[in-house]
Design a protein around this ligand. Structure first.
Ligand SMILES: NC(=O)c1ccc[n+]([C@@H]2O[C@H](COP(=O)([O-])OP(=O)(O)OC[C@H]3O[C@@H](n4cnc5c(N)ncnc54)[C@H](OP(=O)(O)O)[C@@H]3O)[C@@H](O)[C@H]2O)c1
Length: 246
């Protein structure tokens, strides 16, 4: 029996991924900040065949809260797989209008996500059985773009933290996966529906996450085409890049 824990369990991507783990009968520990949404997710996963489901109500907006949530995840015994999935994506315009919004964007998606990954990796390293950690970054972290460079900067911080954790854990039984989704159809991107590029189905991204964790892959772009797209975006000469509206 596998025990899976998720920080940010009510996220669209996390919920879809949890459905696949629930279908395997895994035990689940779910951290989220909204009691009503968490109860709905818990009920759905139980109905889909999950083993024991433990809901844990925590806001993840401060260092202390992240620390408490990680403690709570491991309080009931070893965990085999942890997914770090919480995040926010206010628009660049909202971040332009408010330094507080910009700072929160950077803190939640960068500092607190990297901190959560770091704390979880330490805990997995203390377990005799080790474990697997997947952290959701983003293709946005691969190159700063005018339309969302603060969010991208936070995700780049997460990518660097994960690379460091992978190095640190290289000769241990802890495996760390960085997940880089392209634009995906979740509440976070509801305002982008019907635009270009088309949003990926959340089930596709969830399937790629489950597979990458199973295979202990270091990095997964999802859907896969985003690996090619971001290679091109990264390689575009600056003068060409600056003429785009990306
Ligand atoms: N959708 C995309 O296109 C896309 C692309 C690349 C990467 N990602 C990343 O994928 C991850 C999941 O996002 P999603 O697309 O599934 O969006 P989502 O459905 O909006 O999920 C975001 C989740 O983060 C939670 N959250 C935010 N701040 C929190 C806090 N302070 N404490 C506790 N929970 C908090 C939200 O909780 P509430 O429900 O309570 O607000 C929500 O469950 C994020 O890291 C996001 O940056 C998404």
């Amino acid at each position: 029996m596998t025990t899976v824990a998720v920080l940010g369990a009510t996220s669209g991507i996390a919920h879809a991924t949890l459905r696949q783990w629930a279908a395997r009968g895994d035990d689940l520990r779910l951290v989220a900040r909204d009691a009503e949404r968490l109860a709905r997710v818990e009920g759905d996963l139980t109905a889909r065949g999950a083993g024991a489901v433990v809901p844990l109500l925590h806001d993840l907006g401060t260092v202390e809260a992240v620390e408490a949530a990680v403690d709570a995840l491991f309080a009931d015994g070893p965990v085999d797989v942890v997914l770090v999935a919480f995040g926010t994506m206010p628009s660049q315009e909202d971040a332009d209008a408010s330094a507080a919004v910009a700072a929160s964007l950077l803190t939640v998606n960068g500092t607190l996500t990297a901190l959560a990954a770091h704390l979880v990796a330490l805990r997995l390293g203390e377990q005799a059985s080790g474990g697997r950690l997947a952290v959701i970054g983003s293709v946005a972290g691969d190159r700063g773009r005018q339309s969302n460079y603060l969010y991208g900067a936070a995700k780049a911080m997460v990518a660097t933290a994960v690379a460091g954790l992978q190095h640190r854990c290289a000769d241990t039984s802890v495996d760390v996966t960085l997940v880089k989704p392209g634009p995906t159809d979740t509440p976070m991107t509801a305002h982008l529906r019907g635009g270009r590029p088309a949003l990926a189905k959340v089930e596709t991204v969830a399937g790629d996450i489950v597979k990458a964790v199973d295979e202990r892959r270091p990095v997964v772009y999802t859907p896969r085409r985003w690996a090619v797209i971001m290679t091109i975006v990264r390689l575009l000469p600056r003068r060409v890049f600056e003429r785009t509206k990306l």
